[in-house]
Design a protein around this ligand. Structure first.
Ligand code: COA
Ligand code: AMP
Length: 651
């Protein structure tokens, strides 16, 4: 039986085989976290060892490897050049949308990164300064992140699908000295000029960066303002290589903004030391990858998956990472992923289930897949949203490799639950990301904060301390961090996911407990969308819910009540609010459906019954809420939803 390592009074619930390396690692990580992670830390080069592995003096804000000195860029790049990997590909860039393929060896990466670091230093960037990146999926995005880390500065990468307004919010909060960008991104066959969006964001922002550096792409070149705008290639060509600046293990490496429950995103802060230790460990223990192998995370550098598994983890591990600029379908077809795997002998692919749903929809019989030699592929990893059993089964049947769902969050930086392929391969139960990963004291608590029995749904929380590599705090917002994650369940981190653990110790993640939705593996806040709708002059009241979607998992759907005296047609207002969300949040919000209703269903205390509306939209059974103010409104909502294709049996 698995022993609960954290408190004496809990029932022993799960079957455990102590000869299993996963179980040994899991138990060791919770019994003796300091010993466990100090051992893992031997894989990292430190300039000075730590004074203390774990400092809990400011709990719940724990710090790992206190007193140690290091540099992340050195560990991800230079030490591999020095250690015999100079000529090994570090980055494979494959871009069907620009017809480009390019390989950067570790030596070439070191040259580019150290020169860009020299250029940034020339622009005045020093330790602790922020550098913001607004970049498409090109190798220069990784070069920019690594160059920033080389200087001991802090990067903040903003996903290209966000609108100037969202970019401005992040510029205001992070106050970057320099912004790195590119002249354009390419979405399928559309070329999107980035510079006008960047200029607009800077215009909107109260903070003005001193410099912008723009990587000019031939598909659309940007006009540069003399003095503040610099051409990337020219700047790097004239720069001297810069060495690695020593930082404290506990110094911030990056800020990554993610959706909170309001329009103000949360700036998750990650450190240097703990982050390296955890990610390096995960490459062997979770992903079962050896240095020198090719690892492909088909995501975007703007998301946490891109930070951890396109950029840092594969490079810290001396593996080769793939930077793919394209879609799973349409660039040019649903065989795109199989071509990349066979061409570069990819050992493990990591992507979101939605990408597989898109491929399956285009090529249900997997005929394109059979045209490629996929013998290099050992494992498919899925994350970002719940993996539905159909998708898992389709992928497993056709790829004939284990399909491993794993669960994590921007805040955690790496997986909370997974089938740790380098430790022990448990049988897959479709719908479950398997077991808590070593380091994660995962529990399911009920409303009175008591542990739930096996199989009962409750709040998924993690006993503190969190393992290394997780969030340090929120940028400029310690109190918000405390209130969001540590206040509700004292001594625990609140994941804001609900779920259960079954009798075999398998974790099931069912739903968010807040207003976050997951659209095509992208995390979005319905609260932020409501703020935009509410700002429309004709809207009196509104609500946004996440409804089920066969391709993207979830989609946002809006309800608006119009102010008295509005003379515009409903269609016109809907068109305007849809456009407004696209302009303010960005195309990534995928907000396309909205309906006008006379009133919203509420409790007697005035709380909008979003959960009930979502169930009606998804044609699920629901109980009439006892506290509802006027039950007749639910019929009005149903009728209105039917006009936009919801609240009925869907294919
Ligand atoms: N820059 C600018 N616009 C972007 C963008 C970017 N980097 N990424 C997405 N967008 C735009 C899209 O073009 C689309 O615009 P449109 O409304 O004008 O068509 C919109 O944002 C919504 O994007 P998305 O939801 O991704 O839809 P899609 O139809 O373009 O692609 C999938 C659908 C399923 C193929 C795609 O979402 C996908 O590959 N998902 C996998 C996601 C993933 O890897 N997530 C990371 C977690 S592992
Ligand atoms: P993000 O911060 O964008 O990575 O989104 C994190 C959220 O995505 C989590 O809180 C979950 O709600 C959801 N999520 C991520 N991975 C999984 C998974 N494997 N299964 C279920 N939900 C997931």
């Amino acid at each position: 039986m698995r022993r609960d390592t954290r408190s004496e009074d809990k029932t022993e619930r799960y079957q455990v085989d102590m000869s299993n390396p996963y179980q040994q690692a899991y138990d060791a990580s919770l019994h003796n976290p300091e010993g466990f992670w100090a051992e893992a830390a031997r894989e990292i080069d430190w300039e000075k060892p730590w004074d203390k592995v774990l400092d809990g003096s400011k709990a719940p804000f724990y710090r790992w490897f206190v007193g140690a000195e290091t540099n992340t860029c050195y560990n991800a790049v230079d030490r591999h050049v020095e250690g015999g990997r100079a000529d090994q590909p570090a980055i494979i860039y494959d871009s069907p949308v620009s017809n480009t393929k390019r390989i950067l060896t570790y030596a070439e990466l070191q040259d580019q990164v150290s020169r860009l670091a020299g250029a940034l230093a020339g622009l005045g960037v020093t330790k602790g300064d922020r550098v913001l990146l607004y970049m498409p999926m090109i190798p220069e995005a990784l070069v920019g992140m690594l160059a920033t880390a080389r200087l001991g500065a802090i990067h903040t990468v903003v996903f290209g699908g966000f609108a100037p307004n969202e970019l401005a919010t992040r510029i205001i909060d992070a106050e970057p000295k320099v912004i790195l960008s590119a002249s354009c991104g390419i979405e399928g066959s559309r070329v999107l000029a980035y510079k006008p969006m960047l200029d607009q964001a800077i215009e909107l922002s109260s903070h003005k960066p001193a410099h912008t550096v723009v990587y000019q792409r031939p598909q659309a070149t940007a006009e540069l303002k003399p003095g503040t705008d610099h051409d990337w290639a020219a700047l790097v060509a004239g720069a001297e290589p810069h060495g690695c600046v020593t930082v404290q293990a506990t110094d911030p490496l990056y800020i990554l903004y993610t959706s909170g429950t309001t329009g103000q995103p949360k700036g998750v802060v990650r450190d240097n030391g703990g982050h390296m230790v955890a990610l390096k460990w995960s490459m062997s223990a979770i992903y079962d990858i050896k240095p020198g192998e090719v690892f492909w995370a088909a995501s975007d550098v703007g998301w946490v998956v891109g930070h951890s598994y396109i950029c840092y983890a594969p490079l810290l591990h001396g593996a080769t990472t793939v930077v793919y600029e394209g879609k799973p379908v349409g660039t040019p077809d649903a065989g795109a992923f199989w071509r990349v795997i066979s061409e570069y002998k990819v050992s493990a692919l990591f992507t979101a289930p939605t990408a597989f749903r898109a491929i399956k929809r285009e090529d249900p019989k997997a005929e394109l897949l059979r045209q490629y030699d996929l013998s290099s592929l050992r494992t498919l990893f899925l994350a970002g949203e719940r993996s539905d059993p159909d998708t898992i089964n389709w992928a497993a049947d056709n790829l004939k490799v284990p399909v491993i769902d794993h669960w994590w969050q921007t805040e955690t930086g790496w997986a909370i639950a997974a089938n740790c392929m380098g430790l022990h391969h448990f049988p897959v139960k479709p719908g479950s990301p398997t077991k808590p990963v070593p380091g994660w004291g995962l529990e399911v608590l009920d409303e009175s904060h008591q542990p739930c029995e096996a199989g009962k749904v409750g709040a998924l929380v993690v006993r503190l301390p969190l393992p290394p590599g997780t969030l340090l705090t929120l940028w400029n917002a310690d109190q918000r961090c405390h209130d969001s994650y540590f206040a509700e369940f004292p001594g625990c981190y609140k994941t804001a996911d609900a779920g259960y653990i079954d009798e075999d110790g398998y974790v099931y993640v069912m739903a968010r407990t807040d207003d976050i939705i997951n659209v095509a593996g992208h995390r979005l806040s319905t609260g932020a969308m409501e703020e935009v709708l509410a700002s429309h002059p004709d809207v009196a009241e509104c609500a946004v819910i996440g409804v089920a979607d066969q391709l993207k998992g979830q989609l946002p759907l809006g309800f608006v009540c119009l102010k008295a005296g509005v003379t515009k047609s409903d269609e016109q207002v809907i068109k305007e609010v849809v456009q407004l969300v696209r302009e303010r949040i960005g195309p990534v919000a995928a907000f396309k459906t909205c309906t006008v209703v006379k009133r919203l269903p509420k409790t007697r205390s005035g709380k909008i019954l979003r959960g009930t509306m979502q169930k009606i939209a998804d044609n699920q059974d629901y109980k009439m809420p006892a506290t509802i103010d006027d039950p007749a409104i639910l019929d009005e909502i149903k009728e209105s939803l039917e006009t936009v294709g919801y609240a009925q049996a869907r294919p």
